[in-house]
Design a protein around this ligand. Structure first.
Ligand code: B12
Length: 214
């Protein structure tokens, strides 16, 4: 039953069904499908298929843009449900998508779940220059810096941020987590990040672990 709803959601993203995504997501939630499942096994799954279609030249840039809009529309319904009123204070996370990269759907989900878990999340947005990450670390004194990159060409910008943190003697003060479709634990190790959680759920678990909270 839950599978049918998730399949419908994923299909709505793939078919770029902006008109009906709200209704389809609401139906799933009303039927008791957990909000997190709606995001990760419904909408994110659909985005994966859209990416494959783009790679196969079945979809083009306009479809990528539309799919992003459909997912954002669906997120509007789910996001409030992921955020809890009563939360512990686990620390501060500064997060952003690195310079040159405009993908923010995954980063936003990570930010939402970290916030729902009790972290104070400072979201710097997209196309964030290394210097901006440093300024935010100096201003907000976070325990964790999170970086997102979806393009292989923008992944090196993550190393630029880590190098700049080292140069400013800030690296020891923060844990660094990175993510995005092409990011691997090996890459994280190579550039000197602390971890590369594969999705938003793991991002929360790993963040707590890095701070000795679980
Ligand atoms: C939607 C989309 C777009 C939208 C983005 C809209 C938006 N507001 O984000 C638009 C249309 C703008 C776009 C543009 C482009 N895109 Co695009 N896009 C995608 C697509 C289809 C889906 C991405 C997505 O949202 N996935 C859903 C989310 C939920 O998943 P996610 O981002 O991976 O996030 C999860 C994890 O990775 C992780 N995570 C993510 N960030 C972080 C951060 C931290 C700290 C942690 C811990 C975890 C974490 O947790 C998330 C949630 O579980 C992907 C295909 C794909 N399979 O990834 C291509 C894709 C990323 N795009 C691609 C390309 C080539 C482009 C363009 C260059 C196209 C062009 N010719 O112009 C431009 C580049 C623009 C730019 N400068 O950034 C390629 C990249 C190839 C590569 N390896 O470099 C992909 C892989 C498509 C493909 N198969 O070829 N794109």
């Amino acid at each position: 039953m839950s599978e049918d709803h998730l399949q419908k959601i994923s299909q709505a993203i793939v078919e770029l069904d902006y008109q009906n995504i709200t209704k389809i997501v609401k139906e799933a939630l009303d039927a008791g499908v957990p909000p997190l499942k709606v995001v990760l096994e419904g909408m994110a799954k659909g985005m994966e298929i859209v990416g494959q279609k783009y790679e196969a030249n079945e979809y083009f840039l306009s479809e990528l843009i539309m799919a992003g809009e459909v997912m954002k529309e669906g997120m509007k319904i789910v996001e409030p449900l992921l955020k809890d009123a009563e939360k512990p204070n686990l620390g501060t996370v500064v997060i952003g998508t690195v310079k040159g990269d405009l993908h923010d759907i995954g980063k936003n989900i990570v930010a939402t779940l970290l916030s729902a878990a009790g972290f104070n999340v400072i979201d710097l947005g997209v196309d964030v220059a290394p210097e901006k990450f440093i300024e935010a670390v100096e201003k907000y004194n976070p325990q964790i810096v999170g970086m997102s990159a979806l393009l292989t060409v923008t992944m090196p910008a993550m190393k630029d941020v880590i190098d700049l943190l080292k140069k400013r003697s800030l690296r020891e003060k923060v844990k660094v987590i990175i993510g995005g479709a092409a990011v691997t634990p090996e890459f994280a190790k190579k550039i000197g990040a602390d971890a590369a959680p594969k999705d938003a759920v793991e991002a929360v678990q790993v963040s707590k672990k890095l701070l000795g909270l679980s």
